[in-house]
Design a binder for this molecule. Structure first.
Ligand SMILES: Cc1ncc(C[n+]2csc(CCOP(=O)(O)OP(=O)(O)O)c2C)c(N)n1
Ligand SMILES: [Mg+2]
Length: 598
């Protein structure tokens, strides 16, 4: 049989090392799906319930493997569904290729069914490279360029393939004017700053008496190097959300997360430092970094576009985190005064006790912090944890104590709801031998994560390790927004917008052949986690949590406190419970060791 363009696409992807594609079919892309079938498993197709979920999976697959993520969808609605997941990849700098179908070349421009201007639609999200194929001899360089640009630029690219083109016989480009003869392959460079610039950076860091470090996703592969540099400088280190596992949380000088979902010691360290060393992070909120002029700064990032963006740095280094820190280390003088680091460690130690106090506060019925607090010591070695956007991201950011060798991620830059389950599915396709745990709010569950449990039911038997758990925080509320409205806007809870139906998530799990566990007793949480982790199949652990426990930022400004006060003065429908919840949380942070009034 002659090779079709579809066959060639599959063959070329295989030559590039692609072994898994996440997606959903349709007649706009049938020519490639036929080719996938004919290729007999050379590339595994993973069927999601929705194209957006397939794009989240491709993004997460890239995050958890370091390889290209690939997603595929049909023309029109299928391609449009991909877009949010593609933005997730783009904002978190993940290499993802989207392959989408299109109506036949002969129909384009004809207001044809399912015809939308896909290159125009994809222009922003896949702006680094988006092309619609028109000729068989063009397809080779479209694939080669789309993949190389995605990998080289750590970004999203897209190829649009009209369905009649996919069915045509493939032709290699003839040796003629107006043709391209591209090839396969890409190896990322070792990126290292010049020695002079490293010395300038070292001078600043050596001058520092109180060095604060901030590491992000770019430092995930540089754990040893970050530790070595921090030890040499006597520094403390905070972690941006996507760099949550860059450092284990049992090191005393690791202050944990930073930002709205961050910790008090991170906040204090940034306010008191005289020097800032930022590595591989695009952490967005400048108000959590030192005040301008307070600290001298050095930043290391692979991408020049991320340098000196949130804080005006004295030295901006373009480089790979591990290599650059390794090259910097011999230029750094050991810090002789242990005082700064001791202070950070003491504050961090107190903070962990505060978190425990907060987690153990009584609630109605279960304190959501305690759900994560109880999970923390039970995290299995090598676990991959994902979180959705919502109040559980606070507990994910603050309360989990990650150890070395674990992985974790969420939709960081886009902070989209609905990513935790597809991320957790992709984690299994990336590392089938590792246990996976997803933390998800009930709103995000209803939005799309619930349907994606059907994908879990379809595939879990293929996974070497069957431990796959989604923990649902059933608070019948879009709680993160409820609290944002209260604290930042001074608005009371708006039931029409915030309240969501109570759904028996654990029973849905049972209905589709997974295990369901329900917990509404804080004293049973530990046993519930143990049961989930010992199960012989994927589990939905549904916990009935209290929406009146505030996901408080690490510090509350006076202005916010005043707005909060005004909210309470107006009639919030949950005034009593909320006040009690907030008071308990605040009291337990001010007076660690004391329990707030119930
Ligand atoms: C796609 C999308 N829509 C809306 C939002 C805004 N948003 C952020 S968190 C949140 C509420 C999430 O509710 P739920 O999943 O129930 O978690 P909870 O905060 O109640 O724990 C909303 C609406 C978003 N981040 N993403
Ligand atoms: Mg909720």
């Amino acid at each position: 049989m002659t090779q079709t363009v579809g066959d060639f696409v599959v063959e070329r992807l295989h030559s590039w090392g692609v072994r898994k594609i996440f997606g959903y079919p349709g007649d706009g892309i049938n020519g490639v799906f036929g080719a996938l079938r004919r290729a007999e498993g050379k590339i595994e197709f993973i069927q999601a319930r929705h194209e957006e979920m397939a794009a989240f999976m491709a993004a997460a697959y890239a995050k958890f493997t370091g390889k290209l993520g690939v997603c595929i969808a049909t023309s029109g609605p299928g391609a449009a569904h991909l877009v949010t997941g593609l933005y997730d990849a783009k904002l978190d700098h993940m290499p993802v290729l989207a392959i989408v179908g299109q109506q036949a070349r002969t129909a384009l421009g004809g207001h044809y069914q399912q015809e939308i201007d896909l290159p125009a639609m994809l222009r922003d999200v896949a702006g680094a490279f988006v092309q619609q194929g028109t000729e068989p001899a063009q397809v080779r360089h479209l694939i080669d360029r789309a993949i190389r640009i995605a990998l080289g630029g750590r970004t999203v690219t897209a190829i649009v393939l009209p369905n009649d083109l996919q069915e045509e016989s493939y032709q290699e480009p003839p040796r003629a004017h107006g043709t391209l003869h591209s090839g396969v392959g890409y190896h990322p460079p070792m990126t290292l700053p010049h020695q002079d610039d490293l010395r300038s950076a070292a001078d600043i860091l050596n001058d520092g008496k109180k060095v604060a470090m901030l590491v992000g996703a770019g430092a995930l592969g540089a754990t040893d190097e970050v530790i070595a540099v921090a030890d040499r400088l006597g520094a403390g280190c905070a972690k941006a959300l996507l760099g949550r596992t860059a450092l284990p949380d049992d090191l005393p000088w690791v202050t944990g997360s930073i930002g709205l979902l961050g910790t008090e010691p991170s906040w204090a360290m940034m306010n008191e430092c005289d020097t800032l060393l930022m590595v591989g992070s695009g952490f967005p909120y400048a108000e959590f970094l030192p005040k301008e002029g307070q600290a001298r700064g050095v930043q290391i990032d692979l991408s020049p576009e991320m340098l000196s963006l949130r804080y005006p740095m004295d030295v901006n280094l373009v480089g790979d985190a591990a290599e650059t820190l390794r090259a910097l280390l011999p230029l750094l003088k050991p810090q002789t005064d242990p005082g700064w680091r001791k202070r950070i460690a003491a504050h961090t130690d107190t903070w962990w006790k505060t978190l425990e106090q907060r987690a153990l506060q009584p609630a109605d019925p279960v304190n959501p912090q305690r759900v994560v607090w109880e999970l923390s010591p039970r995290l299995p070695d090598g676990v991959i944890v994902t979180s959705d956007s919502g109040s559980c991201a606070n507990w994910y950011a603050r309360d989990l104590k990650f150890r070395r060798g674990m992985m974790a991620s969420l939709s960081g830059g886009l902070a989209s709801m609905g990513a935790a389950v597809p991320y957790a599915i992709a984690a299994k396709f990336a590392h089938g031998d590792r246990p996976v745990i997803a933390l998800v709010g009930d709103g995000a569950m209803q939005m799309n994560n619930m349907a994606e449990l059907i994908t879990v039911a379809k595939y879990w038997r293929d996974w070497v390790d069957h431990r796959w758990i989604v923990c649902v925080f059933n608070n019948e509320d879009l709680n993160q927004v409820t609290w944002e409205q209260r604290v930042f806007e001074g608005d009371p809870k708006f039931d029409a917008s915030q309240k969501i139906p109570d759904v028996p998530y654990h029973l849905f799990a049972e209905l589709i052949g997974l295990k369901g566990i329900f917990c509404d007793d804080p004293n049973q949480l530990g046993a519930a986690w143990d049961e989930a982790l010992a199960a012989d199949r994927p589990v939905v652990l549904e916990v009935k949590t209290d929406p009146e426990v505030p996901p408080l930022p690490p510090h509350i400004t006076l202005e916010q406190a005043l707005k909060f006060g005004r909210t309470v003065a107006r009639s919030d429908p949950r005034q009593g419970g909320m006040l009690a919840g907030a008071a308990r949380q605040i009291l337990s942070s001010i007076l660690p060791g004391q329990h707030g009034s119930h």
